[in-house]
Design a protein around this ligand. Structure first.
Ligand code: ADP
Length: 328
């Protein structure tokens, strides 16, 4: 059984915005899945939906199976436990997530005390252990958030995410607010922890280069859908979907926050999820769109070994192989 299996997930916000439209994905223990796409493509909505953290009034359908248990069907008490001990989220911009008036040791201890994952007399030792795990001296437990650098604060956020020993970590743009050197250190730290603890990782970024460097698999989202999914390096080097191609061309270098909003060579913006274009939602920006793309939507089709893309050109290229497959 997979650690996480998402089936046909749809999220519609109260204002009618269809932010996630039929996403399927799987993460196994020890696997690192990257989710890429420009701002507004539905990545954070997907991450928040996984732990039911969306604003009230959002409509969510489909299945989110965490260790086989459907998150969407969980009662409140069970959900609260799962949010720390099953899966936890690391957000970008640690300064906003940490409480300015509490020492960081107390903030790391809070979920541990709340969920009683460690006996009360061992909580302090556990906090020290977590700080050391993320490369901070145990003495920093006494510090307030403003006494730490941006990179150190992000390490604290990671320690908090690890506090109740979850099986899955969801990291949403965990390094975007940091400069390039620190970004690389934090990415290495996440990789090490995931390998050591055999965790599943979902890392979300607008930056394909960061994900290709860190993850095993790469999923590219556009307008709330998965448009490409495959082995990370291969998708980065040789994307089959024109959107994946444009994204990888936009990020030649790791860590360029400016390109988040305007990838080079890709005109326009992702569509408004309350007013989606007909046919393939990428067609208005697509350099290789055919007339038919304005009316015909595309499903994911095989684009290589464990590699899929939703594009009419991939479908055409794969047609003979697909026919052979269906005859078997
Ligand atoms: P990403 O993480 O890829 O930047 P988001 O998931 O944040 O994308 O947003 C996807 C779309 O949903 C965007 O068009 C955004 O404006 C919209 N959206 C996000 N939050 C809300 C909300 N609370 N209500 C309505 N629309 C929202």
């Amino acid at each position: 059984m997979s650690l996480l299996e998402v089936r046909d997930l749809h999220v519609t916000y109260a204002n009618g915005a269809q932010a996630v439209r039929g996403v399927d994905l799987t993460v196994d223990a020890g696997q690192k899945l990257g989710i890429a796409g420009e701002s507004g493509c539905g990545k954070s909505t997907l991450a928040l939906a996984l732990l039911r953290l969306l604003p009230a009034g959002s409509k969510v359908t489909g299945q989110i199976l965490l260790d086989g248990e459907d998150v969407l069907a969980m009662k409140w008490g069970r959900l609260r436990a799962v949010r720390w001990a099953g899966a936890s989220i690391v957000f970008q911009g640690a300064m906003h997530s940490l409480n300015a008036v509490h020492r960081i040791g107390d903030q790391i201890a809070e979920p541990i005390r709340l969920h009683r994952t460690t006996p009360p007399e061992r909580v302090k030792a556990r906090v020290r252990e977590l700080l050391q795990q993320v490369g901070l001296p145990a003495s920093r437990a006494k510090a307030y958030p403003h006494e730490l650098s941006g990179g150190q604060r992000q390490r604290v956020m990671i320690a908090m995410a690890l506090a109740c020993a979850p099986d899955l970590i969801i990291a949403d743009e965990p390094t975007t607010a940091l400069d390039v050197m620190i970004q690389a250190q934090i990415l290495r730290l996440i990789e090490e922890l995931v390998a050591r603890e055999n965790l599943g990782l979902i890392m979300i970024s607008h930056d394909l280069a960061v994900l290709a460097d860190t993850c095993d698999r790469l999923t590219v989202m556009y307008a709330g859908r998965v448009v490409e999914d495959g082995p990370a390096r291969q998708v980065y080097d040789d994307a089959r979907h024109p959107y994946g191609k444009a994204l990888s061309a936009a990020f030649p270098r790791i860590g360029d926050p400016a390109s988040r909003f305007a990838p080079q060579g890709l005109p326009g913006d992702p569509p408004d999820p309350s007013d989606l274009p007909s046919g393939c939602t990428f067609h208005p920006r697509c350099p290789v769109a055919l007339d038919s793309c304005a009316s015909e939507d595309q499903e994911l089709v095989d684009a290589g070994a464990s590699w899929q893309a939703a594009c009419v050109h991939v479908k055409a290229a794969d047609a003979p192989a697909a026919t052979v497959g269906s005859e078997r």
